[in-house]
Design a protein around this ligand. Structure first.
Ligand SMILES: [Zn+2]
Length: 271
């Protein structure tokens, strides 16, 4: 098990791309990081000896497919951790993408969607790019893509490793994690990471989120967490801190339902 690792402790690989930074992590995993937008989203390329799996396709600003092609030449399985725009933006570049089998979410991604005007993600303040932006940052959208629905418990086989789908509703109904049980790695998506956890979105449900965290903490506290925002690696026992934090926030919200940010040691909860 590994403690919290920040990108600042790692060196990016030399790749041809002006938007992403790519880092090699342990266990034949690559983190594909988007440091120039405040969401700091991370997609993961998980390599087996027969196939590779891309977990999420990023914001759709860089061309993630061209990055993947520089890293592996194996057949690729593409999976979304959930349907939010910062994880699905380059879905359209791939033949098909797997998503949890919720009909509304499958429909949403097959049809595509735009962020509403005025969304904080569309403001120039959301960006930290060192030069002028080359795209219209006010018009981020998720273009239509072909979706393959998958159920909880589905196993993706990559040859010498496999990944199990765990449904983890709370941040959104369609959130999943992927468990690599042999190597004891849990890819947590947006449900757990060492930064502000979003439990306040219209698709979020605090009680469901809390119950998911309880279930995940009970099963995966001895795993290494690979997380989808800000910093790539966290220790599994942090799940107990996250669980306690959700219990606390859930109680606080009964007395004060106003949305606010609750700060804890390595993370916070917005609820
Ligand atoms: Zn999300």
């Amino acid at each position: 098990m590994t403690k919290l690792i920040h990108f600042s402790e790692l060196s990016p690989l030399a790749i041809q791309n002006k938007w992403f930074q790519v880092y090699q992590l342990p266990y034949n995993v690559f983190a594909i990081f988007e440091p120039y937008h405040f969401q700091e989203v991370i997609s993961f390329l998980i390599c087996g000896n027969e196939k590779a799996l891309l977990l999420d396709t990023g914001m759709g600003i860089g061309n993630i497919k061209s990055v993947i092609e520089q890293l592996v030449s194996l057949p690729l399985i593409v999976v979304n951790s959930h349907s939010h725009f910062d994880h699905t933006g380059d879905n359209w570049r791939f033949e098909a993408v797997h998503l949890l089998n919720l009909p509304e979410s499958v429909f949403l991604l097959e049809k595509g969607y735009k962020l509403p005007a005025g969304d904080e993600n569309l403001s120039l303040n959301a960006y930290r790019y060192p030069e002028d932006l080359w795209f219209d940052y006010t018009k981020l959208q998720v273009k239509p893509s072909k979706i393959i629905p998958v159920s909880a418990g589905h196993i993706f086989h990559l040859g010498n490793r496999s990944l199990r789908v765990i449904a983890t509703p709370g941040h959104s109904d369609d959130s999943i994690m992927l468990a690599d049980d042999e190597n004891k790695i849990l890819f947590t998506g947006d449900t757990v990471y060492p930064a502000p956890l979003y439990a306040h979105l219209s698709q979020s449900n605090l009680e469901t989120y809390m119950n998911t965290i309880k279930r995940i903490a009970a099963e995966f506290s001895d795993y290494t967490l690979m997380c989808s925002h800000n910093n790539p690696i966290w220790e599994g026992k942090a799940l107990f801190e996250v669980e306690n934090a959700f219990l606390y926030v859930y109680e606080q919200k009964k007395a004060n339902p106003e949305i606010k940010q609750y700060q804890f040691s390595d993370f916070s909860i917005i609820a």
